[in-house]
Design a protein around this ligand. Structure first.
Ligand code: COA
Length: 269
């Protein structure tokens, strides 16, 4: 098995659990801060997982989480201090590339926020499709307190996921909020005891795996591509995504299974 199915790429662990891949940021000694190496390793892992999907692997969901106490403390500020402005700008570009690859990943990506998620760490979670958090987790886009602004999608993704009001509250103050408050703001969709977080994420992945993989992927694209468009254009995006799966075997299987009162067996074609 390659590293994207079970193993490690740099500071990222990958473990296959049923039809989900658990991707774990593994720099606990640095609160999983996003160093260049860690970002590069995450890019490789997601590219490899996307390759598996393309080759017909039955991967249905990815769960991203952190090893140790933190989810991710954001940009590696020790590394950042030694970077020139040009290097910093280049790194931001790379970080955005990673966030966009996660956002466009052909299967749902779930962030299981096990602990602190600040700055780029929260932006990473915001690039995922669904976020759940441990009750002990804290999160925030704290960049203004460092004299900068979120630069890996935070200002745009937080306002779209939660609200402009929530984004302004968190980003303009740079404050840290607990999981329950993040839930109230619509940033995370569930808060569970820390000890149950991995199981809750696995359960969510299993639930996603009940759906036809082509349908789930098309629905993700329809939602994402339509979200920023006027209603008429957005509905056209939905129609185009529907049309792609209209003639699929999975659709026939879904209808047949309903008629025969049995669970469907989707093949992703
Ligand atoms: N970049 C680089 N190293 C970081 C880091 C970051 N963003 N955040 C934490 N670390 C390092 C700490 O310096 C410490 O290393 P050390 O043992 O060599 O001193 C190690 O990670 C553990 O952090 P520590 O603060 O001792 O652990 P903690 O459990 O008490 O707190 C955090 C964890 C994440 C809550 C806390 O470290 C924190 O608030 N970090 C800054 C988060 C932040 O503002 N990020 C910037 C966003 S733009």
């Amino acid at each position: 098995m390659g590293p994207a199915t079970d193993g490690a790429t740099g500071s990222v662990l990958v473990e296959r659990r049923a039809r989900a891949a658990f991707v774990t940021l593994n720099r606990p000694e640095a609160a999983n801060a996003l160093s260049k190496d860690l970002v590069g390793a995450l890019e490789s892992v997601f590219a490899e997982l996307a390759g598996l999907v393309k080759r017909g692997d039955d991967l249905r969901a990815v769960v991203v989480t952190g090893a140790g106490k933190a989810f991710s403390a954001g940009a590696d500020l020790k590394e950042r201090r030694a970077m020139t402005l040009e290097q910093t700008w280049g790194f931001l570009d790379e970080l955005n590339h990673l966030m966009n690859a996660i956002a466009a990943f052909p299967r749902p990506v779930v962030a299981a926020i096990n602990g602190a998620a600040f700055g780029g760490g929260l932006e990473l979670a915001l690039a995922c499709d669904i976020r759940i958090a441990a009750d002990s987790a804290e999160m925030g886009l704290t960049e203004v307190r460092l004299g900068v602004i979120p630069g890996a999608g935070g200002t745009q993704r937080l306002s779209r996921i939660a609200s402009v009001a929530a984004a302004k509250e968190l980003i303009l103050t740079g404050r840290r909020v607990r999981a329950q408050r993040a839930y109230a703001l619509g940033i995370v969709s569930d808060v569970v005891p820390a000890a149950n977080l991995a199981d809750a994420a696995a359960k969510l992945a299993d639930e996603i795996a009940l759906g036809g993989p082509l349908a789930v992927a098309a629905a993700k694209r329809a939602i994402d591509e339509g979200a920023t468009q006027p209603m008429a254009d957005a509905l056209a995006v939905e129609a185009a995504c529907y049309q792609e799966i209209l003639a699929s075997d999975d659709r026939n299987e879904g209808l047949a299974a309903f008629g025969e009162k049995r669970p469907p067996v989707f093949k992703g074609r």
